[in-house]
Design a protein around this ligand. Structure first.
Ligand code: NDP
Ligand code: HSE
Length: 436
């Protein structure tokens, strides 16, 4: 059978890994795809750098526009990242009838609807397994394997960089900045690492997962996104003492009133499997009404794991390229004219348990004042830890864990407690999920 001819746009961590794995496993991949997958062009702005990976018989060019128009290319693999020129090039490639494989979650989360509409009009495939959780086939699972289910919730560690940072901070006591530098050196971090540490990258991925799970349009602009820069070493320690680990979780939950869509540092019981996912590894828990809870685990970033996902998409294209477009799996799992209209709930309406750390005067009546405010707001306490004040200090830390409640109540209660003269400084509030 004639080969599938692909062009790479960009040849950095993911592009380089893809190139290498395609060459290394060519025999196995061809046996599975039914035809060889051949790299026929590489577009790179630094040709000399690309040549360190690409042998001389494969053309390397800095003319990205020519590559996406080239009639000799069947599939454009966009692994350059960013919004522009990636979006323009993908749309141009689609207009020229090319199928697309991309790892670019930022682009899909913001402009996916437009890209999918263009692709639908041209009857071409847009595949994006590498865009969420690196090597874990979570897109395949949601789009195909779990379609019998009404998905109830998803909770995932979907950013390797922040999981690596939190793991190293907890286990080795290393400072945030040193661990971030190591993650960048290993190729895990985004070109702009604020996307990782501020939770934006996880928010992009979560919005893609939520669309696949619930059949809603891409909703990144309505997600609540918090990163890990405000997580302090003492909260990691206190959480551990109380039997919890802190992870940056992406949570999408279907409720009667709408969809919760939120990324934030979260306490999870240490005994849960997902709490023990360390380093750059990712894990996604999906709860379906028929299947129950399922857990997907693997490397969420890095050259080879991400190449594994890119090549899986390429093999799908190789198998389907001659099939009737009407028989393809819809881009976002649901038929495009059957998308739901459930609203994304504001963070104040979210239901969660909470970890509260208060710095207070160590004198009679202070705890009673705090618990009175919580009771007034219908917040029930699940556990409490009070530390002895350090030598010579008149203040102490109180850590409270609450039962599940509505965020609005917690915000109101914290404002009232912070206004009490016995409370010293802002209260640290982290969400806690039991994931039972
Ligand atoms: P890199 O920065 O390592 O590589 C990007 C490549 O694209 C480089 O060749 C770069 O050229 C080129 N490039 C970037 N911007 C432009 C531009 N404006 N014009 C021309 N060329 C450009 O990125 P990654 O390989 O890490 O990431 C690629 C994509 O994969 C991103 O969308 C990322 O989010 C996604 N991804 C990354 C993962 C990872 O583990 N790294 C995992 C999953 C997804 P140059 O070398 O000259 O800068
Ligand atoms: N920067 C991302 C991460 C790469 O750390 O998970 C994988 O998408």
């Amino acid at each position: 059978m004639k080969p599938l001819r692909i062009a790479l746009l960009g040849i950095g961590t993911v592009g380089g890994g893809t190139f290498e794995v395609l060459a290394r496993n060519a025999h196995e991949i061809t046996r599975r795809a039914g035809r060889p997958i051949e790299v026929v062009a590489v577009a790179a702005r630094n040709e000399a750098k690309a040549r360190r990976i690409v042998p001389s018989h494969i053309p390397v060019t800095s003319d990205f526009e020519a590559v996406v128009r080239d009639p000799g290319v069947d599939v454009v693999v966009e692994v350059m990242g960013g919004y522009e020129p990636a979006k323009r090039l993908i749309l141009a490639a689609i207009a020229h009838g090319k199928h697309i494989v991309t790892a670019n979650k930022a682009l899909l989360a913001l402009h996916g609807d437009e890209i999918f509409a263009a692709a639908r009009a041209q009857q071409v495939i847009v595949a994006f397994e590498a865009a969420v959780a690196g090597g874990i086939p979570i897109i395949k699972a949601l789009r195909e394997a779990l379609v019998a289910n009404r998905i109830e919730w998803i909770a995932g560690i979907i950013n390797g960089t922040t999981n690596f940072i939190l793991s190293e901070m907890r286990s080795r006591g290393l400072p945030f900045a040193d661990v971030l530098k190591a993650a960048q050196e290993k190729g895990y971090a985004e070109a702009d690492p604020t996307f990782d540490i501020e939770g934006i990258d996880a928010g992009h991925k979560l919005s893609i997962l939520a669309s696949l799970a619930f059949g809603i349009p891409l909703s990144f602009d309505r997600a609540h996104v918090e990163g890990i820069t405000h997580v302090e070493a003492q909260d990691i320690r206190y959480a551990e003492e109380m039997g919890y680990r802190i992870k940056l979780l992406g949570i999408a939950r279907r409720r009667a009133e709408g969809i919760e869509l939120r990324v934030h540092p979260t306490l999870i019981p240490s005994k849960r499997l997902i709490a023990n996912v360390e380093g750059v590894m990712n894990a996604v828990l999906v709860k379906g009404d028929a299947v129950g809870a399922t857990l997907y685990y693997g490397a969420g970033a890095g050259a080879y794991p991400t190449a594994s996902a890119v090549i899986a998409d390429l093999v799908d294209v190789a198998r389907l390229i001659d099939a009737d477009p009407a028989h393809r799996v819809p881009y976002l799992a649901y038929q495009h004219d059957r998308l739901g209209t459930e609203p994304v709930l504001p963070i104040e309406a979210v239901e969660s348990s909470y970890y509260l750390r208060l710095r207070v005067d160590d004198r009679p009546g202070v705890l009673a004042d705090i618990t009175r405010v919580l009771a007034d707001n219908e917040i029930s306490i699940d556990a409490m830890l009070q530390k002895e004040p350090a030598e010579g200090e008149a203040q102490t830390d109180i850590i409270l864990l609450t039962h599940e409640t509505i965020e609005r109540r917690v915000r109101d209660a914290m404002a009232r407690i912070e206004a009490q003269p016995s409370t010293r400084g802002p209260i640290i509030v982290l969400r806690l999920e039991n994931l039972a």
